[in-house]
Write a protein that binds this ligand. Structure first.
Ligand code: R2B
Ligand code: URA
Length: 267
């Protein structure tokens, strides 16, 4: 049977063909609420009203030349959202060099809450720059890739961002070296060793989607950047409490897209 809808993003193929042809940027974020906040901020700076294109497991907005979508938590969820967005670009015959941004949250490694970390390289839990996916019983390794030019331009617009490697984890508790979950198989001393090693190897944050995003987008021939708000410094604590500078990561990306769209000189 002919599939007329992209199920998870809730977008019809007709809508995709009509609305995605001239898209130049994609901003994805974990929650629907954050996607809406990003769409509203872009709407103020790009002077366009957000259009809700789709809503099912994720939401998808269009603001001028930007698609904004939510992706849920973790690589499996994000991969579904990105796969369907890539199909939208394909069927709309979009010829732009689309740049994808993940505007996320993360745990900082030696980085203060409220700071923004821009990923220089996305690493999996073995600290390798690969998205390992199992296809037909076989492991396929896809290289992660962050666009260094986009990173450089972001830094030149917002010099306060911190550039560093990102470890992408599969889950939130044990796997991110937390001892405060429902179960834990290691000691506080092991945790300190783990976090210290991450810091020494240049990792500045842990989150849950950068590896998959950067590998999938690179494989499709597009580029991406991952810009995350630090919720806690994992070298100091593991519980997330109040959020500092809630819109800091959003503002970094909105400023970038606005300058590019209005051809404002960057470097
Ligand atoms: C950051 O925050 C979420 C977990 O709390 C996850 O989606 C991520 O990458
Ligand atoms: N998101 C994560 O994945 N880890 C954190 O510590 C905070 C946000």
């Amino acid at each position: 049977m002919k599939q007329e809808f992209f199920y998870h993003i809730g977008l019809s193929k007709d809508t995709a063909k009509r609305e995605c042809k001239e898209i130049q940027y994609v901003c994805v974020a974990g929650t629907d609420e954050r996607a809406e906040r990003i769409a509203n901020k872009l709407s103020e700076s790009l002077l366009d009203t957000p259009l809700l294109l789709g809503k099912n497991r994720f939401v998808v907005y269009k603001v001028k030349n930007v698609i904004v979508a939510s992706h849920g938590m973790g690589g499996p969820s994000l991969s579904i959202c990105i796969n369907e967005l890539l199909q939208c670009f394909k069927i709309s015959e979009n010829k732009e060099n689309v740049v994808f941004f993940r505007i996320g949250t993360c745990g900082g490694i030696g980085v203060k809450p409220g700071s923004v970390v821009v990923t220089s390289e996305a690493l999996n839990e073995y600290l390798e720059p690969y998205y390992n996916n199992i296809v037909l019983f076989q492991e396929r390794k896809h290289r992660t890739y962050m666009d260094p030019k986009v990173v450089e331009e972001i830094v030149s617009i917002t010099p306060s961002v911190i550039v560093g490697k990102t470890m992408t984890a599969n889950e939130f508790y044990e796997n991110q070296g937390r001892v405060d979950g429902a179960y834990c198989s290691f000691t506080q001393k092991d945790q300190t060793q783990f976090l210290t090693q991450l810091y020494q190897q240049g990792v500045r944050n842990i989150e849950m989607e950068a590896v998959q995003l950067s590998a999938i987008v690179h494989r499709a021939g597009y580029s991406c950047a991952v810009v995350c708000l630090v919720l806690i410094n994992r070298l100091e604590k593991e519980h997330i409490e109040a959020i500092v500078n809630e819109n800091a990561a959003i503002d970094v990306v909105v400023e970038y897209i606005t300058r590019k769209t209005h051809s404002i000189y960057i470097i």
